[in-house]
Design a protein around this ligand. Structure first.
Ligand SMILES: [Zn+2]
Length: 326
């Protein structure tokens, strides 16, 4: 803001000088032309960022840098080179169904003597099933002995999600979908006992336990980012780590570059979180408060408050006074 106003001021000064020199001279026109790019460049940066977001959101195929091909046939086969690490952006998640009750988790099932690669969520026949993220419909198919009527979506964040046992599919292959858009109706088709949604999350064909990414009971993500690692342990990223970790252009040998707009957005969110954290570390005294009541409120002790603020237990607090709490 300050920069802009300085630029504007300089510009006005220059124009005043030019007006005095005589606006019609060649020199003056050159100077005017030299001034123009400042604003133009700014507008250009803006439109480039916006275009990149739009491109990623709605125009291009999802995650083309990761996946070597787009097919409508194979649920898990890719033959892609696996990046060592990849930062999966979980923001923009939408709960795939209204019901948040888990009926079966990911993992080995003794009764079936095989692995269960999805998370089962309770749905009733006819319940709306929704896209977990924005992306594109890769597979709409029927597998009588398995998934029943199912849909596979590929998302811009690199994940693929599968929705099984539906009674009806509401999307077509190669169709683009937004997060939360209806893609089918709940059902009991395929190898299923009792109507439920079989929900799978995968990254380049590798299964990921969806409960590691999402807290279904809370209908929310567990963190903004999940670091997928093909060599080490995959894990959620704290906001500090997410910002400090290099972009996927460095992380992934498959090399997907974060756009400038994404970096900007990321640092904006990070700053916001920092401000929030700082706000929670200070306390503004209101009427009727004492050191002990403030200590309780901030889960600390009177002694700690005194030490942090260089005051004694006998210090009289003023209304509006700012105290450090941690
Ligand atoms: Zn299942």
């Amino acid at each position: 803001m300050h920069f802009l106003s300085t630029t504007a001021k300089k510009r006005i000064q220059m124009l005043a000088v030019l007006a005095a020199v005589g606006g019609s001279s060649c020199m003056a026109q050159d100077k005017l032309a030299n001034l123009a790019p400042i604003d133009k460049r700014m507008r250009a940066i803006d439109s480039v960022s916006i275009m990149r977001i739009l491109e990623k959101e709605s125009l291009g195929d999802p995650a083309t840098e990761l996946y070597p091909d787009w097919n409508n046939n194979y649920a898990t086969a890719y033959g892609a080179s696996m990046p060592k690490a990849y930062k999966i952006d979980l923001r923009g998640f939408h709960m795939p169904c209204e019901n948040n009750r888990l009926t079966s988790s990911y993992g080995y099932r003794r009764s079936f003597r095989r692995n269960h690669y999805g998370t089962d969520l309770k749905v009733y026949v006819g319940d709306t099933i929704r896209a977990a993220f924005s992306g594109k419909v890769r597979i709409v198919a029927f597998n009588r002995k398995g998934y029943g009527k199912y849909v596979v979506l590929r998302h811009h964040n690199g994940l693929e999600t599968l929705y099984g046992h539906m009674s009806k599919q509401l999307v077509a292959e190669n169709q683009e979908v937004k997060a939360g858009e209806p893609i089918g109706l709940g059902g009991n088709t395929g190898r299923s006992t009792g109507s439920h949604l079989h929900f799978e999350t995968r990254f380049l064909g590798r299964f990921i336990d969806a409960e590691k990414l999402f807290d279904f009971a809370a209908r929310d993500i567990r963190a903004d980012y999940y670091l997928f690692s093909s060599v080490g342990r995959s894990r959620l990223l704290t906001s500090d780590e997410a910002v400090n970790l290099p972009g996927n252009d460095v992380l992934a040998s498959a090399g997907i570059a974060m756009t400038d707009a994404e970096r900007e957005e990321e640092s904006r969110l990070y700053q916001e979180e920092r401000r929030k954290a700082i706000r929670s570390q200070v306390h503004r005294v209101v009427a009727g408060e004492s050191l002990s009541s403030i200590a309780v409120k901030h889960k600390t002790t009177v002694k700690a408050l005194c030490r942090l603020n260089n005051i004694s237990v006998n210090t009289v607090l003023r209304v509006g006074q700012i105290l450090r709490c941690s």
